[in-house]
Design a protein around this ligand. Structure first.
Ligand code: DNO
Length: 402
């Protein structure tokens, strides 16, 4: 009755090999064709090529993360219709190759964002973290976004000033790279660009959103879903949207998938069950007003994919990634609800009763501290996370079946 234990694999260039993944205890892989430019069609031969590599190692390719959404679709300008049509064809092609779970996000310009990738923890391991004053310092004093000060309260501006003053030139460089060069998995950010970054190009991308508010973004997402969900239904594909990470506005951009209300909005407008959730407990959990248990209870039938990890937050939009079973995420309750949902689905005869789960992120630890790794995606930290989650699952499912 366990969830389907999966592991994110970035493809043949990932420093963590498929054989490592098998040894970590996963049975399936979450992958994407990162080499295909965002917006282009994923062709059947390209999908099959990746699938074969994965299957030759004795694993399955069970989830696509992500089939990225072109910026034109998010702002509904330019070539958006062509990109939506391409998206539909990619979904059909994936279904033809027997891949039926597709994760995506609708975050403007940036995918997931952190300000420090190497926060040293008390035990010597290193965690990803988000410090609001560092983000504000970048915005106000490095990028110098026009009107940026309107996005912050006076106290936040003062804190950003102090943070900025304390930064060396190297710190500033690292911060810029961390924020805009792209973390692994983001549409444009993988592999990490070697040629550095270009602040004016970044500002240009932000400018595309100058006249787009939250309401417009929501409409654009619903318009996109209204077109692609029927194709997903027809092809038996489960679409699952990842929440914004962090789950609040940054850099003056409209972020629209941060809360229970945000999810409710898209489900009211596009009710099909194929319109589902990637439950990322760490992202949603970074916000004190998100009640994770409530969210899981309310949308349980739409959970198509799970990212299990925990964050430790404070009340000022700062957080770091905690060990999987620690921090603010009520992992025991979440896993229990997920396992109960699986039982319910099984009884209802749903073929998608077993939900793919991956241990999300992990600390940089042990040998990995001295290796080249993808931030958040080193082997040992995730292995620890997966091991702990599997133990938790086993305990709960034995208890539920007694
Ligand atoms: C970060 C990831 C995200 C995620 C996308 C999904 O570790 O969870 O990059 O893959 O947002 O579309």
């Amino acid at each position: 009755m366990n969830t389907l234990h999966t592991w994110r694999w970035y493809g043949p260039t990932d420093p963590v090999s498929l054989s490592d993944i098998k040894q970590a205890g996963a049975v399936a892989v979450v992958s994407a064709l990162h080499h295909i430019p965002t917006g282009n069609i994923w062709t059947i031969p390209e999908i099959l090529k990746r699938k074969k590599i994965i299957e030759n190692s004795g694993l399955l390719w069970s989830v696509v993360e992500s089939l990225p959404i072109h910026e034109d679709i998010k702002i509904r300008k330019g070539n958006y219709q062509k990109y939506i049509d391409n998206y539909k064809v990619s979904l059909e092609n994936l279904a033809k190759c027997n891949i039926h779970v597709v994760c995506y996000n609708f975050m403007p310009v940036l995918d997931w964002t952190r300000t420090n990738l190497f926060l040293e923890l008390e035990d010597g391991s290193k965690a990803l973290c988000f410090q609001f004053s560092a983000l504000a310092a970048f915005d106000l004093f490095i990028l110098q976004r026009p009107n940026a000060s309107k996005s912050y309260a006076p106290k936040q501006i003062e804190e950003a000033k102090t943070t900025f003053k304390e930064m060396s030139d190297n710190d500033k460089n690292d911060l810029v790279k961390t924020i805009i060069a792209g973390l692994p998995g983001s549409a444009d950010g993988y592999p990490m660009r070697e040629d550095g970054y270009d602040l004016s190009l970044f500002q240009k991308k932000l400018n595309d959103y100058n006249d787009i508010g939250k309401k417009d973004m929501r409409q654009n997402l619903v318009a996109f879903l209204s077109e692609v969900v029927p194709i997903a239904e027809k092809n038996d594909v489960l679409l699952c949207i990842h929440p914004d990470d962090p789950p609040f506005a940054i850099l003056g951009l409209p972020r629209i998938m941060c809360t229970e209300t945000d999810y409710a909005h898209i489900f009211e407008n596009v009710p099909s069950i194929n319109n589902g959730i990637t439950l990322c407990t760490g992202s949603l959990g970074a916000r004190p007003d998100n009640d994770l248990v409530r969210i899981v209870n309310r949308f349980s039938e739409r959970l198509h994919f799970l990212h299990l990890r925990s964050t430790k937050r404070d009340d000022n939009n700062n957080f770091y990634e905690a060990n999987h079973l620690e921090g603010d995420v009520p992992m025991y309750e979440i896993v229990k609800l997920v396992l109960q949902e699986q039982i319910k689905r099984k009884n209802e005869g749903r073929t998608d009763w077993q939900i793919p789960m991956r241990p999300d992120h992990g600390h940089l630890m042990l040998d990995d501290l001295h290796k080249h790794t993808n931030p958040g995606y080193s082997a040992i930290g995730r292995l620890r996370g997966l091991a702990e989650l599997r133990g938790l699952e086993l305990g709960i499912s034995k208890f539920l079946s007694d």
